[in-house]
Design a protein around this ligand. Structure first.
Ligand code: SAM
Length: 288
């Protein structure tokens, strides 16, 4: 909106990054903007109050999350059009990175409302910065699918990817995810698990996928996790079924010997590999 004097009276939407753990990880600019805006749209207003208390910020908070995004959006756009300045924050890190916000921002662009990013932490960049792997090219895959089949399909699709892969994962699904990684991408792939970044129990696990299975079996992971998988120097790894099929059909090894070899190579229980070999033979025979 422009007045007769030509002054733009439309408000600005600030997209403000907040800490991912340690409350000191916020920029001077972010604190100033949060203290200056008319309203802060936050994912969880109770959570954000702790940050506000630490920095003496007392601005009205309005909830904006996955479940009320559609209803809140026109309301926020209207307030911006009426000249209010609004900051968008999420519970942790940068809004829109595995967090809600892009629909509101898209509406603002469509309505000619100025959108200003206030950069700061994000778990993906924080993890990559200290993982010690090549970051020249990387692909951020966000949260892994919750369903086992969808997750395994994604890993198959990404097998052979030449960019470093970054995933967000929750601790209760980590064991199943690591088992899939070993089965589909191989036991010897380098993996970094960045845990509880910027917090008291911050930890970087670096090892092979098979070592990660053992490590997190013995000591289940807690807290927040980022998984980093640099590209394999050997190119795509055959999955267990393909490797079994090759050995059973193209070598003189007995089923027992082939199963033993694959179980060792992939760090899997022999009984699982044996079952897989039977189902493979059954499938091959049904196609004959
Ligand atoms: N917007 C956030 C960002 O910029 O990173 C991400 C929000 S997403 C809902 C939350 C996920 O990010 C967690 O489940 C975890 O995978 C990752 N994450 C957030 N904070 C983290 C931390 N301190 N350490 C490790 N991973 C973290």
């Amino acid at each position: 909106m422009t007045t007769e004097q030509g002054r733009d009276t439309t408000g600005t939407l600030y997209v403000v990054a907040t800490p991912i753990g340690n409350l000191e990880d916020i920029t001077y600019r972010a604190v100033r903007i949060l203290g200056e805006v008319d309203l802060v749209a936050a994912e969880d207003t109770r959570h954000s109050r702790k940050l506000f208390a630490r920095y003496g910020i007392s601005k009205p908070l309005l909830s904006y999350h996955d479940h009320n995004e559609q209803q809140r959006q026109p309301e926020l756009v209207e307030r911006l059009q009426a000249g209010k300045n609004i900051a968008l924050i999420s519970d942790a890190g940068t809004p829109c990175i595995a967090d809600p916000g892009y629909r509101l921002i898209s509406s603002c662009h469509a309505e000619g409302i100025t959108v200003v990013p206030i950069p700061g932490p994000s778990a993906v960049i924080t993890a990559l910065s200290a993982a010690g792997v090549s970051t020249e090219r990387f692909a951020f895959e966000g949260y892994l699918p919750q369903r086992a089949k969808a997750r395994a399909d994604l890993f198959r699709q990404l097998n052979g990817e030449q960019r470093t892969l970054v995933f967000y994962e929750t601790p209760h699904r980590l064991a199943a995810t690591l088992a899939d990684l070993v089965e589909i991408m191989g036991a010897e792939r380098l993996l970094v698990v960045a845990r509880e970044l910027t917090k008291l129990y911050e930890e970087f696990f670096r090892g092979t996928t098979a070592e990660a299975v053992t490590r997190f079996q013995q000591n289940p992971a807690r807290g927040e996790l980022v998984l980093i998988l640099p590209p394999s120097a050997q190119g795509p790894q055959m999955n267990v079924r393909e490797a079994l099929s090759k050995l059973l059909n193209e070598s003189d090894l007995s089923r027992r010997e082939a199963v033993k070899l694959i179980a060792k190579e992939y760090g899997l229980p022999s009984s699982d590999v044996y079952r897989e070999s039977l189902s493979l033979t059954e499938e091959e025979e049904s196609h004959e």
